[in-house]
Design a protein around this ligand. Structure first.
Ligand SMILES: NC(=O)c1ccc[n+]([C@@H]2O[C@H](COP(=O)([O-])OP(=O)(O)OC[C@H]3O[C@@H](n4cnc5c(N)ncnc54)[C@H](OP(=O)(O)O)[C@@H]3O)[C@@H](O)[C@H]2O)c1
Length: 341
């Protein structure tokens, strides 16, 4: 049994982690940390969860004795500030924000905020679990991947690793449910604007673009150029990334599916499907569903990747990484099926 703390437990990802950890057999929730709601009890905050009287505390780096793993479910910039204060914290830190994902220069360009120290950033292990297990088992800082980056990288890595596609021409059209933007309101996420609407945002400027390119390089061994347009859907959860690529091999669609199935044959959370892709097939679960279509007329391939942004795209993968880091069965607490309906 190990102990954990969650920082930012009033946010969407923090709540998702809380729900998952409440059901986890070998991780005990020891501290719930919240700057905005310190002093309240969890049961006041979420009466429907019936979590008991645990009191929310403000973040204090020197009050974390006995915590084995601390999850930071806080916005970029805020995580960086906490990480600087956690330099001598003896436990493991899993950060769900973008603050540990990119080297300083790239981080400043894409996030426009002061980076964490270069030493900490270099030490951080990128937590795309399926592709980095060995390093994760020894990590002190774990950088949990972004939601779009998870969906897109899991789909593309086998293709770039085996040189199956032209890495210079990768076009991604990705869409996300509204929880991807966190609980704060903005004009775009306001109900009147988001409901019954599909909106573009950060077109070709999303901060997950350099993260994906870096992942394809470090884990797939290929320098790739990714164009990505991002859309907000009028649904709560889920991401669908539709990726168009130019294949190097001219094999049948069946053969492409077989190749992808072989690549992920032993992965408990990656399901390569032959059926119609839909967001609901993963929402409420830690699965990533992949499809590949061959377009006979243009010889292009369309790869589709679907995840729940709150689970495989955030809290679920963070827990998967904690399982790997502490030597537990990777699927512990995570094998629930999608809600579907
Ligand atoms: N939502 C997703 O689908 C998703 C997917 C992948 C990654 N992430 C990342 O996970 C982190 C949390 O995302 P989220 O969607 O849960 O965000 P959120 O709903 O906005 O919650 C963030 C929480 O962070 C805490 N916080 C501390 N200082 C803050 C500040 N200055 N401004 C705003 N919040 C502050 C707040 O909790 P307290 O007041 O309780 O401290 C707040 O509830 C972000 O870095 C996000 O990029 C989210």
């Amino acid at each position: 049994m190990i102990t954990c703390g969650i920082v930012g437990v009033t946010g969407y990802a923090g709540l998702e982690l809380l729900k998952l950890i409440e059901q986890h057999p070998t991780i005990r929730l020891e501290k719930v940390i919240s700057d905005s709601s310190a002093g309240m009890t969890l049961s006041e905050l979420y009466p429907w969860l019936q979590t008991g009287p645990k009191i929310l505390e403000p973040f204090q780096a020197d009050a974390l004795d006995g915590i084995d793993v601390l999850f930071l479910a806080t916005p970029s910039g805020v995580s960086a500030d906490y990480i600087r204060q956690l330099a001598s914290f003896p436990g493991v830190v899993i950060d769900l924000s973008g603050d540990l994902r990119l080297p300083s220069g790239l981080y400043e360009t894409w996030y426009g905020k002061p980076p964490v120290t270069e030493t900490i950033q270099r030490e951080a292990v990128y937590g795309l679990t399926e592709w980095n297990r060995e390093l994760l088992t020894k990590a002190k800082w774990i950088s949990n991947p972004g939601c779009y980056a998870t969906a897109v990288s899991l789909a593309l890595l086998p293709f770039v690793q085996h040189d199956w596609i032209d890495p210079a021409h990768i076009i991604v059209s990705a869409c996300s449910g509204i929880t991807g933007a966190g609980k704060g309101l903005s004009e775009k996420t306001h109900h009147a604007k988001s409901n019954e609407n599909v909106q573009l945002y950060k077109i070709h400027a999303h901060q997950h673009i350099p993260e994906i390119e870096q992942t394809l390089f470090h884990m797939g061994g290929t320098e790739a150029t990714v164009s990505m347009s991002t859309h907000l859907l009028p649904i709560n959860r889920g991401i669908m990334a539709t990726i168009t690529v130019q294949p190097n091999d001219h094999v049948s669609e069946d053969e492409w599916v077989n190749r992808l199935q072989n690549a992920y044959m032993d992965e408990p959370f990656i399901r390569v499907q032959r059926g119609e892709p839909e967001i609901k097939s993963t929402v409420g679960s830690n699965y990533c569903d992949l499809w590949v279509y061959k377009e006979e007329r243009t010889h292009r391939l369309t790869i589709v990747s679907v995840i729940d942004n709150m689970q495989k795209g955030a809290a679920g993968q963070a827990l998967q990484n904690a399982n790997v880091r502490f030597g537990f069965d990777e699927t512990l607490g995570l094998l629930n099926q999608p809600q579907y309906i």
